[in-house]
Ligand binder design. Structure first.
Ligand SMILES: O=C1O[C@H](COP(=O)(O)O)[C@@H](O)[C@H](O)[C@H]1O
Length: 261
C-alpha cells in the first residue's frame, strides 16, 4: 500500500532498520537429493499450514516461480492439511498473459488445479492486459483486502527461490528496487532475466513474514549459496531476514557443495 502520511513512512523506515538489526532464526538444511528436499519442504509447509489454520482459519502463502514451481507441485499433493483454507499470493509474477509459459500462475494452474484440492479463486493473481506499474498497484489493492488495516502484510509463509546471480523474487543485484520501502509490491520493467516486465514483493513485506523458506537445488547455485551463507556477501537473497519470524534454507547436496557452517 502507498503510505498515506509522513508518519507511516517514518514508521516503516524505522521498522525496516530495526528488522535489519534484529536477530534472525535461520536454519540451513542440507538434503541428499531433490526428492529429500521436496519431502523437507512438504513437512515445513504442512506444519505451518496446520498451525496457521488452527490459529486464523486460513494459511496465507506467497509463491515463487522458477524451480520452486516444480518443488511445490511435487510437495503439495503429499500434504496432510486443509488446502481449501489456503490463500495463494505471488512473491513475484511476470507481466505476461496467463497462458504464456512464462506466467508463474499459469504454470501452477496447469500442474495443480484439478489435481489437488485447490481452486483457481484461491490464487490472488495479477490483473491481465495492463502495464507492470498498473499490475503492481492493482496487486496492492487486492492484497489489502486480505490484510485489512495492516501497515505491512504479514504472510504466514513465503516460498522462495534464488537465481544463480543471487536474486530472489524479482529483486536483482544492484537494482534500485532493493531499497524500495514505500510500496508493498513494485513494478520492474528492466528485469535482467526475461521477461523484463514483472511485479515483485518488496523487502519490508518479505521481512515481515512469519516464515520464509528457500528451496534451492543444483550445482549451478553452489557458488552463490557460498557467497551468501559463508562469505556473507550482500546479495538480494541474503537480505531475506524475517525480523520476527523464521528463515529456512533447504539445499540439496549439489547446491550445498561449497557450504560449511
Ligand atoms: O525469475 C525468477 O527467478 C527466481 C529464481 O528462479 P530459479 O529457476 O533459478 O529457481 C524465482 O525465485 C522467481 O520467482 C522467478 O520469477
Amino acid at each position: 500500500m502507498y503510505f498515506k502520511s509522513k508518519f507511516n513512512f517514518l514508521l516503516i523506515t524505522v521498522s525496516y532498520v530495526y528488522f535489519l538489526t534484529t536477530f534472525v532464526t535461520m536454519t540451513v538444511i542440507v538434503t541428499e537429493n531433490e526428492t529429500e528436499l521436496i519431502n523437507k519442504l512438504a513437512s515445513i509447509l504442512e506444519n505451518n499450514s496446520n498451525t496457521s489454520i488452527t490459529r486464523d482459519g486460513t494459511f496465507k502463502v506467497g509463491l515463487s516461480g522458477g524451480s520452486v514451481v516444480k518443488f511445490l507441485n511435487e510437495a503439495i499433493p503429499k500434504l496432510k492439511t486443509d488446502l481449501s483454507k489456503w490463500k495463494l499470493f505471488f512473491c513475484d509474477e511476470r507481466v505476461v498473459p496467463e497462458d504464456d509459459p512464462e506466467s508463474t500462475f499459469g504454470t501452477y494452474k496447469k500442474n495443480l488445479i484439478g489435481k489437488v484440492n485447490l481452486k483457481e479463486d484461491q490464487f490472488v493473481r495479477i490483473k491481465q492486459g495492463v502495464s507492470a506499474d498498473e499490475a503492481a498497484k492493482d496487486y496492492v489493492r487486492q492484497m489489502a483486502e486480505y490484510f485489512p488495516g495492516s501497515l505491512l502484510p504479514r504472510f504466514d509463509m513465503l516460498l522462495l527461490g534464488m537465481g544463480p546471480d543471487g536474486h530472489t523474487c524479482s529483486l536483482f543485484p544492484g537494482h534500485q528496487l532493493l531499497n524500495e520501502n514505500k510500496v508493498w509490491v513494485a513494478p520492474i520493467t528492466d528485469s535482467p532475466k526475461p521477461p523484463p516486465q514483472r511485479v515483485t514483493l518488496t523487502f519490508p513485506v518479505i521481512n515481515n513474514a512469519r516464515v520464509a523458506v528457500f528451496a534451492i537445488a543444483g550445482e549451478g547455485k553452489a557458488d552463490m549459496v557460498k557467497r551468501i551463507l559463508v562469505d556473507k556477501e550482500d546479495l538480494p537473497a541474503g537480505r531475506v531476514q524475517p525480523s520476527s519470524g523464521e528463515l529456512y534454507w533447504i539445499l540439496d547436496k549439489e547446491a550445498a557443495r561449497h557450504y560449511s557452517k
